[in-house]
Design a protein around this ligand. Structure first.
Ligand code: GLP
Length: 249
């Protein structure tokens, strides 16, 4: 078992520490004239991290000009300017607030025709591969152990693809969509394989509500039923936790 866990007093302190680590990586790559390829996540967990990164940009001049970002997932179907799109989330919380070049951020396209999705997903992966892979992948975790939208049953070698969302995932999102009947049934997600190929992975989880799934993911059997458990087999993965989410370890 290789998952490191780091426990902070609270999510604010944890988010600050992760932001500083990302800033150091970006600057190290800058000093070598290299791109920094970041895998980014949505959901409530990374909000504090993005606020810290914006702060480092505005107050300390951290530049994102060498950053190439790939988001994990997007609902399907989803218009980019819809209030619940992950495009909108990322632009509001990070991309529009820093100097990342618009051509350098990538979020799965929720507007494609269904028969175009599989080619698109292959291209999304090819683009990551052409850059030498993801340097650092940021993850949240769903209450059922999903990473990105790789729900229970996603295989370790699963590719980027259209997936059906679990009922429990839709229930968790229903508030944002003003009811379950308006909540998307499908999404496009980066597959587990590309996540596992990232050079480094940081999974964030905050609050008592995540404590059971954190215990299962860190200490339980490695199983496709709990995709986050695959990270036990990654050689550079860290779960960054607050005291509440770590309370059952
Ligand atoms: C959504 C996202 C996941 C995220 C999860 C947890 O399902 N697609 O990438 O990890 O929510 O969300 P939260 O951080 O709000 O608990």
């Amino acid at each position: 078992e290789n998952v490191n866990t780091v426990v902070f007093e609270n999510s604010t302190a944890a988010s600050k520490a992760i932001a500083l680590e990302i800033a150091a990586l970006i600057k190290d790559k800058q000093s070598k004239n290299q791109n920094c390829v970041l895998g980014l996540a949505t959901g409530s967990s990374p909000k504090g991290l993005y606020a810290e990164l914006v702060k480092l940009h505005k107050e300390e001049g951290l530049s994102f000009k060498n950053v190439i970002a790939f988001n994990l997932d997007e609902y399907y179907p989803m218009e980019p300017d819809s209030i619940n799109s992950y495009v909108r989330f990322m632009k509001e919380l990070l991309f529009d607030q820093v100097d990342i070049l618009p051509e350098n951020y990538n979020i799965p396209d929720g507007t494609l025709a269904k028969d175009a999705i599989s080619d698109y997903c292959n291209q999304y992966e090819a683009k990551i591969e052409a850059l030498g892979g993801i340097d650092l992948q940021i993850l949240g975790i769903g209450g059922n152990g999903h990473i990105g939208f790789n729900e229970s049953g996603s295989l370790q070698n699963s590719k980027t693809r259209l997936v059906a969302l679990d009922h429990i995932t839709r229930v968790a999102a229903a508030g944002d969509f003003s009811g379950l009947s308006n909540t998307p049934r499908t999404a496009i997600t980066l597959g587990v394989k590309k996540i596992m190929e990232a050079k480094k992975v940081i999974l964030m989880a905050w609050g008592e509500g995540k404590s059971n799934i954190i215990k299962t993911s860190v200490e339980g059997t490695v199983t496709s039923q709990v995709p986050a458990s695959f990270l036990q087999q990654h050689d550079n993965a860290t779960f960054v936790l607050d005291q509440a989410s770590a309370s059952k370890l």
